[in-house]
Design a protein around this ligand. Structure first.
Ligand code: F6P
Length: 287
C-alpha cells in the first residue's frame, strides 16, 4: 500500500497490505490510503526517488486510483522507468476520456441530491430562488445529472450555451402562475453562480440565495452502486496485473455497460465529452 498518493511514492510511505487494512472500511468515504496533489512528481528528480522506493520494496507493477492528473503523471512515470500499471478512474468529476463512469460519482450525485432536496424545501417555504453550485472542475457532468435528477428549473454548465432572456421569460410566467421556488444548478466550471443570483433577483424577480456545495460532495458513505462498481473495477485491475506478463500502462474503463481495458495513451489522448443524449436533455434547462 502506498499512502498519500504520488507524494507517498516519493517519500516512501509504503507498507505491505493485509486483510486488517481493509476490514470494516467499506462504508467509509474519502480514502484510507489518503491522496495528494503532487507538484514534485512532475520533476524527474522526484520521480527517480519514487522509482528507487519501488525498487527497494520489490514493487514492479502498480494499481493507481485517480483522476486525469494522476493518469498523466503515471504515463510520465511509465515513459521514464517502464513500471507497468493498471489505472482505475476515480474522480467525482467523471471527466476521464474513454470511460462512462469514474468511482465516487454516484456517491457525489447522491450528496448533491440530498442537499438540493433540502435547499428546495427552504426555498419553497420562503418563496425564494436558489443557485446550487456543484464541483466538477471544468466538467459539467455533476451539475447536469443533478439538474435532471433533482428536477431543477435551470442548469448552467460550461459545455452548453444558455439564454437567460428566454429562461427568464419562462420562469417569470411560472411565478405569475403560482410557482413558489426556483432551483438553478450551476457547475463551478461555468463560473456563473454570482451572475445567476443577480439575474434571478433583478430580472426574474425572486429573492435568491446561493449554496456552494463544495467538499461535502467528496465525502460520506459510498452508495451501493459505488461499492459494487469499486469491487468490479478492482477485480479487473488485480486480475490483469496477476495474469499478464506484460508491463503495460492500462486503464480499466466502463463503456456501454461493459468493463474493458484501454491503453493509457488512448485515455490521455482526448478530452472527455458528456454524452449527447444528456446534453440534449440539459439544453432544455438552459434556455
Ligand atoms: O477533481 C475533484 C475536485 O473536487 C474538483 O471537482 C474540484 O474543482 C477540485 O477537486 C477541488 O480541489 P481541492 O480539494 O484541491 O480544492
Amino acid at each position: 500500500m502506498i499512502y498519500d498518493g504520488l507524494e507517498g511514492l516519493i517519500d516512501g510511505s509504503i507498507r505491505k497490505a493485509s486483510h486488517v487494512d481493509v476490514a470494516g472500511i467499506i462504508h467509509e468515504g474519502g480514502t484510507r490510503l489518503r491522496s495528494s496533489r503532487s507538484e514534485r512528481f512532475f520533476e524527474l528528480e522526484y520521480r527517480q526517488k519514487a522509482y528507487d522506493n519501488l525498487q527497494k520494496f520489490g514493487i514492479d507493477k502498480l494499481v493507481i486510483l485517480g483522476g486525469d492528473g494522476s493518469f498523466r503523471a503515471l504515463k510520465q512515470f511509465y515513459n521514464d522507468f517502464g513500471v507497468g500499471f493498471v489505472g482505475i478512474p476515480a474522480t467525482i468529476d467523471n471527466d476521464i476520456f474513454g470511460t462512462d463512469y469514474c468511482l465516487g460519482v454516484d456517491t457525489a450525485l447522491n450528496m448533491i441530491r440530498f442537499a438540493t432536496d433540502a435547499v428546495r424545501d427552504t426555498s419553497a417555504s420562503f418563496k425564494r430562488g436558489c443557485v446550487i453550485e456543484t464541483m466538477g472542475r471544468h466538467c459539467g457532468y455533476l451539475a447536469l445529472i443533478s439538474a435532471i435528477t433533482c428536477g431543477a428549473e435551470a442548469c448552467i454548465i460550461p459545455e452548453l450555451d444558455y439564454d437567460l432572456d428566454s429562461l427568464g421569460k419562462k420562469l417569470k410566467k411560472q411565478l405569475s402562475e403560482g410557482r413558489k421556488y426556483i432551483v438553478v444548478i450551476a457547475a463551478e466550471g461555468s463560473r456563473k453562480t454570482k451572475k445567476l443570483v443577480k439575474w434571478l433577483e433583478n430580472d426574474v424577480g425572486i429573492e435568491t440565495r446561493a449554496t456552494i456545495l463544495g467538499h461535502i460532495q467528496r465525502g460520506g458513505n459510498p452508495t451501493v452502486y459505488d461499492r459494487l462498481m469499486a469491487t468490479e473495477f478492482v477485480i479487473h485491475a488485480i486480475d490483469k496485473l496477476i495474469k499478464s506478463e506484460s508491463k503495460d500502462g492500462l486503464v480499466v474503463v466502463y463503456e456501454d455497460s461493459k468493463f474493458k481495458f484501454a491503453s493509457i495513451d488512448y485515455v490521455n489522448s482526448q478530452k472527455f465529452t458528456i454524452k449527447k443524449e444528456f446534453l440534449d436533455l440539459a439544453s432544455r434547462m438552459a434556455r
